[in-house]
Write a protein that binds this ligand. Structure first.
Ligand code: PGA
Ligand code: ZN
Length: 400
């Protein structure tokens, strides 16, 4: 596959923030475009993000022009070329966002050349040993109540999710989720006596002040039971705890907690809410001991790394091996190329760590992650509430 030309264009994400779209053209006159989302609660080791001005500077364009006219046999060889061209540890020269845009567009071009669906192509390219299912039935991690940095309310926990089992049919499960999201909205309107539209956070979940960090769990558990969904809906949290960690303490519920105290808080939440299955980033990325202390004391629950692992295969390996995580978030833009995201997935699978393919809080219309999830038969798919711009990922899941 030979790249004839490319462009880097400024577009805006779901928060109205500037981000990049990368287009590449081939000698047959075809063009392939990909856009890159952006995160707000980011891990410190994520690939660097360049603003549009730096991304499209004369210097960067000149450097990137080296991809033109070259023949790349695989996504991996293309990504390796980009990595060499960048030459930095965190992709700060070319920009991890720019590199990912190139990498996804190249994968799309290669899939087209091979006459294959993107998921089929990615499967052959990276995940040959994993059986490719006709219909991918991930557990959908849907964030219905937003807090932390994604909302303007009093919740320290960033995301209160329902985990929807789709094994009995993806479409029906999505319909149930939409109904649940709407009935949650009705319930919250009554509970908080809000006559108009409910405030919404970055990922489409409701954003209100609650009595404490665990009241949303009571509301969600009760509604799941009331709607007779206990067989197919569970609960998950993304604490995004780096955002409330300061000076070796967690500022949680208006109190300063040690790692041990926060661990006890989570352990009692698992007891109090039997539907609670997973907690993502329960502790700060600089406090893996916290992860280990909870994971060693629960049975059958999932602790998920996100800021901790930043879609990096060595970090996944490291934290899986010390017993800090048994689940991991995969966000291609944390890694900065498709092949590095694929390698983080493989690293997780090798160690029995469940992978959850995830969007970012600032999203674009790009639905690449859905094909990546299907290609790797990932356990979960985290794509926000079934509403607004988030609906694009749900629809792509129904499509593929
Ligand atoms: P972000 O948050 O996309 O704003 O970084 C998402 C998450 O923490 O999972
Ligand atoms: Zn997270």
């Amino acid at each position: 596959m030979v790249i004839k030309d490319f462009l880097i264009r400024e577009i805006f994400d779901s928060r109205g923030q500037s981000t990049v779209e990368v287009g590449i053209s081939t000698k047959d006159g075809l063009a392939f475009y990909s856009s890159v989302p952006s995160g707000k609660s980011r891990g410190s080791k994520e690939a660097a993000v360049l603003d549009f001005k730096s991304a499209s500077s004369i210097k960067n364009i000149k450097k990137l022009s080296a991809v033109k006219g070259q023949n790349f046999a695989s996504v991996k060889s293309f990504d390796d070329f980009l990595l060499k061209l960048d030459g930095t540890k965190n992709k700060k020269a070319l920009g991890g966002n720019v590199m990912l845009g190139f990498s996804m567009s190249f994968a799309r071009a290669k899939a087209f050349e091979a006459g294959e669906e993107l998921s089929e192509f990615l499967h052959k390219e990276f995940f040959k040993d994993i059986p490719l299912k006709k219909e991918w039935s991930p557990v959908i991690f849907s964030n219905l109540i937003n807090g932390g940095e994604h909302a303007e309310n009093n919740l320290d926990i960033q995301e209160y999710m329902v985990l929807v089992d789709t094994s009995k049919g993806v479409k029906n499960s999505v319909k149930k989720l939409i109904y649940f999201y709407d009935s949650l909205g009705d319930l919250l309107k009554k509970k908080f006596r809000i006559p108009g539209i409910l405030p919404i956070g970055d990922e489409g979940g409701y954003s209100l002040d609650f009595k404490d960090n665990f009241e949303p769990m009571v509301v969600l558990s009760d509604l799941i039971k009331k709607n007779g969904l206990a067989g197919s809906f569970r609960l998950g949290l993304d604490a995004a705890a780096s955002s409330f960690y300061s000076g070796n303490r967690y500022i949680f519920g208006g109190r300063k907690l040690t790692t041990e105290k926060l661990a006890d808080t989570y352990l009692s939440a698992f007891k109090k809410f039997p539907m609670l299955y997973s907690i993502e980033d329960p502790f700060s990325e600089s406090d893996p001991e916290g992860f280990c202390s909870v994971l060693s004391r629960v049975k059958g629950n999932m602790l998920v790394g996100d800021d901790l692992t930043v879609t990096n295969s060595s970090l996944v390996e490291k934290y899986a091996s010390i017993g800090a995580i048994n689940g991991v978030i995969i966000k291609p833009n944390q890694a900065g190329t498709v092949s590095e995201a694929a390698s983080a997935i493989l690293s997780a699978r090798l160690r029995g760590v469940k992978t959850v393919i995830s969007h970012r809080s600032g999203e674009t219309e790009d639905v690449f992650i859905i094909s990546l999830g299907k290609a790797s038969d990932s356990y979960g798919l985290k794509i926000g509430s079934p509403t607004r711009e988030r609906m694009l990922k749900f629809n792509e899941l129904l499509r593929i």
